[in-house]
Design a binder for this molecule. Structure first.
Ligand code: FAD
Length: 343
């Protein structure tokens, strides 16, 4: 039983870039992002302090909207026999997800509410300078298509970055992940921040064009980047962002969501509700390396010196960027369940 509060598939802010590892996972599930019109992405272009550098990605990646991806995944789940119901879940307790319409009872719950925390399973969010996400969808234009082409672009600035990639309908997905302090410095206004970035950098100004101010800006607050669930309650499998939140710079959050879902399913098939704690520990171990590598990359990218270092490495020693890109991918094969485990 798949429960979601949204009857119609929206276009969530987070996503838009599918790594090569995520593509392989999706294709193995029978969902081919390229058949959905996904845009081939073969290169990374970095911008920092007026400098730019380009390198190839280790393998082909894809630009696809979350609307297209989530619609296809929902259809695949229904085709595979899942049932779907709609309710806004407010809390989880042992054996029950409390919704606004019903209490949904089951000896096993898979918690996959992404950024949204539920009562009874909330993640700690203690940080002096929380991470925010902003997104604009920019209309298709010939200039943007030519500038972005088959590149994922990361424009680094003090306290955050702007990511840009073309989507299946020719729109450009422009996503900012930044510290609250960086927004505060721009007077707390996303419009001011983008206008300042455009004033400082002609490349950003060219990509924003003269129509960006009409685009709707969506925001998400207090993203707990770096958080990993080490333990869980009986019968509660935490998956996706509820299992591990990788800094978005890595473009691997959807890969982690898919890998955790598959691993949770294999543990549940073998061990039932009692397997939740073992699953959570095993997945935490698997997620640790990619999440830590992405944290280091994020820390570097947010500082002006780190930004210059990233440009230098991309130009002169691209093997380091390729290594970072590989090390921030999630291992997809479900971890073997120790032979001593039983129901
Ligand atoms: C700014 C930003 C940019 C990102 N860009 C990328 C990227 O380009 N590529 C990438 O791979 N990752 C990216 N990520 C990370 C990625 O979006 C997440 O890791 C991924 O979406 C997690 O998937 P999920 O299934 O756990 O949660 P979600 O994708 O958030 O899905 C949660 C689902 O739960 C439902 N739901 C939520 N609350 C409730 C409730 N109370 N009751 C019922 N239903 C509920 C929602 O409707 C939704 O369907 C980005 C993250 C951020 C913050």
């Amino acid at each position: 039983m798949l429960l979601d509060h949204a009857e119609t598939v929206g276009d969530p802010l987070c996503g838009g870039f599918l790594s090569w590892r995520t593509l392989q996972q999706l294709q193995a599930l029978g969902v081919d992002p390229f058949q959905l019109g996904g845009h081939r992405i073969t290169h990374l272009r970095l911008f920092s302090a007026g400098r730019t550098a380009t390198t190839s990605l280790p393998q082909v990646a894809c630009g696809l909207s979350r609307h297209a991806l989530d619609s296809a995944l929902r259809a695949a789940a229904l085709d595979a026999g899942a049932q779907m119901a709609f309710d806004h879940i407010t809390a989880v307790e042992q054996g029950v997800a409390r919704g606004k319409k019903h209490d949904w009872r089951s000896e096993t719950l898979f918690l996959a509410s992404g950024k949204h925390d539920l009562r009874g399973a909330a993640r700690p969010r203690r940080t002096a300078d929380p991470a925010l996400g902003l997104r604009l969808r920019l209309a298709p234009t010939r200039q943007r298509a030519e500038m972005l082409g088959d590149h994922i672009e990361l424009h680094l600035f003090a306290g955050g970055y702007v990511g840009m990639v073309l989507q299946e309908d020719g729109t450009a997905n422009l996503c900012l992940a930044l510290r609250k302090s960086a927004l505060t410095r721009a007077g707390g206004s996303p419009h001011n921040l983008l206008a300042e970035l455009a004033a400082r950098d002609p490349a950003m100004a060219a990509r924003l064009g003269d129509d960006w101010a009409q685009a709707r800006i969506e925001t998400i607050g207090a993203v707990p980047y770096g958080w990993i669930a080490e333990e869980t309650a009986d019968g509660l499998y935490r998956i996706g962002d509820q299992a591990a939140v990788i800094p978005s710079l890595a473009g691997e959050g959807i890969g982690i969501a898919l890998a955790s879902g598959q691993q949770a399913a294999s543990y549940w098939l073998e061990l039932g509700p009692a397997g939740a704690a073992r699953f959570q520990r095993a997945f935490a171990q698997k997620a640790r390396r990619p999440v830590q590598v992405a944290r280091v990359a994020r820390g570097l990218a947010e500082s002006p010196l780190g930004g210059l270092l990233a440009i230098f490495a991309t130009e002169r020693i691209p093997a380091t960027i390729h290594a970072l890109a590989r090390m921030s991918r999630i291992e997809t094969a479900p971890t073997a369940i120790p032979a001593t485990n039983s129901h």
